[in-house]
Design a binder for this molecule. Structure first.
Ligand SMILES: [Zn+2]
Length: 184
């Protein structure tokens, strides 16, 4: 018996109706979120529609959970805190010699935190730079820009011309990297 497919809508849900040699109505939400119903050939379309409509809420919950899983998988995976700290310490060591005199010869403390609104924070009074965990998932040139940005706050606490002059004297393409960071 050739498979007969029909596209229908019931309870606000689009679904594909497949007629086959089955005893009962069978509803599945496929991995892509589409709804597939197999039904015996003798079942009326009205009864199949009613069956789908009665399960509409359950189907929508399935579809929502499939979307949530897909979104989580698409998001950038975050590295571990330890891996992020090791990476940030390495980048910090690269810039430290330029600021060693200002910092009394002692490297700043580097901390990693989950921050959603900022990439980094400098606390000159505590000689500490705090960096966002999600920064570790960014390309290295962007990590270098943020670390240098925070180092420059040991010299200029504000974002005035002197601050940007210092940043760009060390990293001439700092503004390009800054834009890339904001875009991503
Ligand atoms: Zn700043």
């Amino acid at each position: 018996m050739p498979t007969q497919l029909q596209l229908r809508t019931a309870g606000g849900l689009a679904y594909t109706l497949e007629r086959k040699r089955v005893k009962n109505l069978n509803l599945r939400v496929r991995p892509d979120g589409s709804v597939w119903v197999s039904a015996p050939s003798r079942a009326s379309v009205a009864s199949v529609d009613a069956f789908v409509a009665s399960r509409a809420d359950w189907v929508r919950r399935q579809q929502a959970s499939l979307r949530a899983v897909a979104a989580a998988e698409a998001a950038e995976p975050l590295p571990s805190r330890e891996a992020a700290l090791a990476l940030f310490e390495e980048v910090s060591a690269k810039f430290f010699p330029l600021f060693a005199a200002r910092l009394g010869g002692r490297p700043p403390e580097i901390k990693v935190r989950q921050m959603s609104s900022r990439w980094g924070v400098c606390c000159p009074a505590k000689r500490r730079i705090t960096l966002a965990l999600r920064l570790a998932a960014k390309p290295r040139p962007l990590i270098e820009y943020v670390v240098l940005h925070e180092y420059c706050h040991f010299v200029h606490p504000d974002h005035q011309a002197g601050f940007w002059g210092l940043v760009e004297s060390i990293m001439p393409d700092a503004k390009v990297r800054r834009r890339a960071l904001r875009g991503g």
